[in-house]
Design a protein around this ligand. Structure first.
Ligand code: PSU
Ligand code: MN
Length: 322
């Protein structure tokens, strides 16, 4: 597996006195033997879906990864310790906390660990911890991006910067269309992140297979993706990569409904003069109301699809690196 900090604690139950990071026994054993491991984030659990669907989905995604021959490693900060591989009760705690759980991107990791807090990790926080533990492949739903109007607000997700400086492969369904897709791709390019669409030419927009923006690169199979990741690790590049998998066609109809609701919510924002940090919560709430649960269903379907492909990529990568 890739670079691995030598002083990272490896016991399942004790943190090293020096590094507040532990891997579960299962993850530790898999990493030690070079078996495939798939990192999973916890912000999608705490903040991305309502309880109890969030817990059910998280457990099903872990089971799916196992079925496909890889070890799942859900990542979060629990009582001040960065945990790579949560047990079911830790996962339940994050899921039940929901919106009350802290959300940790890279900037928040030291504070969460230093103050003994519990926090769900975003894509950037999860990538940073996955790299420290030696996990190369990470599956999620969507990554953060440049917000619409980001050219003046400078609201650009830390995920994009992390992808420029941490070598982890992120398998996702692109970015939500409430974000600015062209500018998101520009920022990823600026920071040197490798961006491949999976099996298509266009960068997908989460609920829809198309975004109107062509992806810079394309791969078509798990083996091809694994070869790209392997080459990146062999070259010792510091940047990460995005493998953007479109939502499966059979769920895209649902996605289209969500997309129409999103457009309506965005129009409402203009007429109601909603601005700044009120924007995203308003849009998400309106989309949930307008689609009567279709957005959650489509979200779960695409996360599972990403997990299937991500696990297959991790399996191929482990074979290449044996
Ligand atoms: N996009 C989604 N679902 C999510 C997220 C993004 O479609 O749950 C979460 C991820 O954890 C991502 C974070 O890392 O939101 C980005 O937040 P921000 O825009 O504040 O950087
Ligand atoms: Mn932001």
């Amino acid at each position: 597996m890739g670079t691995r900090a030598s002083n990272v604690a490896s016991s399942s139950s004790r943190a090293s006195p020096r590094v507040p990071l532990t891997c579960s026994r299962e993850v530790e054993a898999a990493l030690r033997s070079g078996a495939p491991v798939v990192a999973l984030e916890s912000t999608i659990v705490a903040h991305g879906m309502p309880f109890p669907e969030n817990l059910k989905t998280a457990l099903e995604v872990e089971a799916l990864v196992r079925t496909l021959g890889a070890t799942p490693a859900t990542i979060a900060v629990i009582d001040g310790v960065a945990r790579v591989g949560l047990n079911d009760s830790e996962l339940k705690r994050i899921a039940e906390l929901g919106e009350r759980c802290a959300k940790a991107s890279r900037r928040d990791l030291a504070h969460a660990c230093g103050t003994g807090s519990t926090a769900a990790t975003t894509v950037s926080g999860t990538m940073a911890l996955a790299r420290m533990a030696g996990v190369d492949v990470f599956v999620t739903g969507g990554i953060g991006g440049v917000h619409r109007g980001g050219e003046s607000t400078m609201d650009v997700s830390a995920d994009l910067i992390e992808l420029g400086r941490t070598n982890v492969a992120v398998i996702c369904a692109g970015v939500k269309s409430i974000l600015d897709v062209p500018r998101t791709l520009e920022v990823l390019e600026t920071h040197g992140a490798t961006v491949c669409a999976y099996g298509v030419d266009e960068f997908p927009a989460f609920f829809t297979r198309t975004s109107g923006s062509r992806a810079p690169l394309r791969v078509d199979t798990p083996l091809e993706a694994a070869r790209v990741i392997d080459a990146s690790l062999r070259l010792g590049l510091s940047n990460g990569s995005v493998f953007a998998v479109p939502i499966p066609s059979e769920h895209e109809a649902l996605g289209q409904v969500v997309e129409q609701a999103t457009s309506q919510a965005l129009r409402e924002i203009e007429t109601r003069k909603i601005i700044g940090r009120e924007v995203t919560p308003y849009v998400l709430k309106r989309v949930a109301e307008l689609t009567d649960g279709a957005s959650l269903k489509a979200n779960i379907a695409l996360v599972k699809n990403n997990a299937r492909i991500g696990a297959a990529i991790a399996v191929e990568l482990a074979k290449l690196r044996k």
